[in-house]
Design a protein around this ligand. Structure first.
Ligand code: NAD
Length: 477
């Protein structure tokens, strides 16, 4: 049996007694006592109720202060946290981990929660956005701290507290950022445990979190397995599910192929293709093929031959049933978010470390087209007509209704593809990130509720609408 020192026993007893005296249920914090980091989901959920109640007392001003703190801390710590996340997850690109944290400033806060007022002969009515209470949030390994920070801004703006069950591969950096957020929030507002997390998240802690009676709403950001699991819990779940975004490059003499190539490499190469909205497969129509391929090479993409592509394919897909992976059993996770130069080495290529993208001509049924592989390898499919390209693009998206891109100056073709794809994001003549306000109009969120249809999440997504009607009075006009 371990020998517990008298000092440790005294500390534990003092903490439990102080919690009992304060009238709260004792909760099990992580052994190294980081603020908001708990050993299990049920303790975290109980503590988050306390965080929610304290936030309520601080009113709108308190919510706004939390958001200001979280946005400022993401900017101030972008380099340090980006590096820590990169070292833990070992996927993607350091400069883009940092850029994502700087992007948190564009997540919507309290300013988005305007009430709806109605006034008429029968009085006045107000519809307001009320909080749910404690939200259980599941986050991906592809953007651990950014998803957590973005969720905090949206969810706290709406008046909620949160318990995170982060991906185990990004749980340590999540706990670190959450501890630091909580300490700053406590220093500014006196609120404890507004943001909680589970120290060692697992499928068991996911189940425990979903079942916790204190958790009123779930927000899931991840692949098909976790979305399916959440939808079976019986709790309301906002699901930001998987994607496999296609791009169609039209046959269009007015296109600037240098810009098309630049846009595709910017979006598809971002964080080594880890973005769920990132360009994943390209369908090129008719005579555009040759100028498009030339432009891709000029922009730095490395063209693979069939043998080289096959060599990479054999390594990055396991071809075994039930083998895990992000979106399909066949994907070998060791190569998700890998550098293009690392993938090139499999094919015997010695590429510069800063190579952003590998490209290869493939059929529409190639694994690189069909799978959401999240690697900087873009399969390029030749199509005879725009209609054929749209049909193949739609098949490759698997009905996820996530994201799609088109490059064309033909407005009727844009319209045709937009209607056919029916995706949550549809970007014309820009990189995928333009759909999240980077180069296009709009705001950002790292949780895009594709499966359940709420779209790019905002504070409103995490509220309950309530109506308050006053009969025959205060209609002063
Ligand atoms: P993932 O599905 O492997 O993991 C996501 C989260 O779910 C993690 O916290 C993980 O621990 C948990 N999880 C996984 N399987 C589970 C199960 N069966 N039961 C309970 N929990 C489970 O995904 P990932 O690799 O971390 O992230 C990439 C995936 O997430 C891609 O499919 C990508 O498209 C998607 N994604 C979507 C959005 C969006 O906004 N729609 C944003 C980012 C990522």
């Amino acid at each position: 049996m371990n020998q517990l020192s008298e000092a440790v026993i005294r500390e534990v007893v003092t903490e439990v007694l102080s919690k009992l005296q304060a009238g709260s249920t004792p909760v099990v914090q992580s052994r190294n006592r980081r603020h908001g980091v708990f050993e299990n989901a049920s303790s975290a959920a109980k503590a988050a109720v306390g965080g929610f109640e304290q936030l309520k007392k601080t009113g709108w001003a308190g919510r706004s202060k939390v958001i200001e703190i979280v946005k400022q801390m993401c900017a101030d710590n972008a380099e340090r946290w980006g590096k820590i996340e990169f070292e833990e997850t070992k996927i993607g690109r350091l400069d883009h981990k940092i850029a994502k944290l700087y992007g948190i400033k564009n997540v919507l806060g309290t300013e988005f929660l305007t009430p709806l007022g109605m006034s008429g002969d029968s009085g006045i009515t107000m519809e307001e956005c009320a909080p749910w209470g404690v939200i259980g949030s599941i986050t991906p390994v592809t953007h651990s701290i950014p998803t957590i920070a973005g969720n905090i801004v949206n969810m706290v703006a709406a008046g909620n507290s949160i318990v995170f069950n982060p991906h185990p591969g990004g749980a340590a950096c999540a706990a670190l950022a959450i501890h630091e957020f909580n300490e700053a929030i406590k220093a500014a507002l006196g609120i404890e445990n507004l943001i909680c997390t589970i120290e060692k998240p697992s499928l068991d802690s996911f189940n425990e979190l979903c079942a916790a009676p204190e958790v009123n709403l779930l927000c899931i950001t991840g692949g098909p397995a976790v979305v399916d699991a959440a939808m079976k819990t019986g709790k309301r779940a906002i699901c930001a599910g998987p994607g496999n975004p296609p791009v169609v490059v039209d046959e269009c003499s007015a296109l600037d192929f240098n810009k098309v190539a630049k846009d595709i490499i910017l979006g598809g190469g971002f964080d080594n293709n880890l973005l769920c909205i990132g360009e994943k497969q390209i369908f090129v129509v008719g005579d555009s093929y040759a100028p498009f391929m030339d432009a891709m090479k000029r922009a730095g993409a490395v063209l693979l031959n069939n043998g080289q592509l096959d060599a990479i394919k054999k390594e990055v897909f396991t071809f075994k049933e039930g083998d895990g992976g992000c979106s399909h059993a066949a994907l070998n996770r060791a190569f998700v978010g890998a550098d293009a130069s690392k993938l090139g080495r499999i094919a015997g290529l010695n590429l510069a470390a800063n190579t952003e993208m590998l490209i290869a001509e493939t059929g529409a049924d190639d694994l690189f087209v069909v799978e959401e592989q999240m690697m900087p390898v873009l399969p390029i499919v030749r199509c005879r007509t725009f209609d054929e390209a749209v049909r193949l693009a739609k098949d490759s998206e698997h009905g996820y209704k996530h994201s799609a891109m088109v490059h064309t100056m033909n407005v009727s073709n844009m319209t045709k593809m937009g209607r056919a794809m029916d995706t949550t994001l549809f970007v014309k003549n820009g990189p995928c990130v333009a759909g999240l306000g980077m180069g296009g109009e709009g705001y950002i969120s790292f949780s895009i509720a594709t499966t359940t249809g709420e779209g790019i999440t905002t504070p409103k997504t995490f509220t309950r609408f309530r109506r308050c009607a006053l009969v025959d009075q205060l209609n002063i006009i």
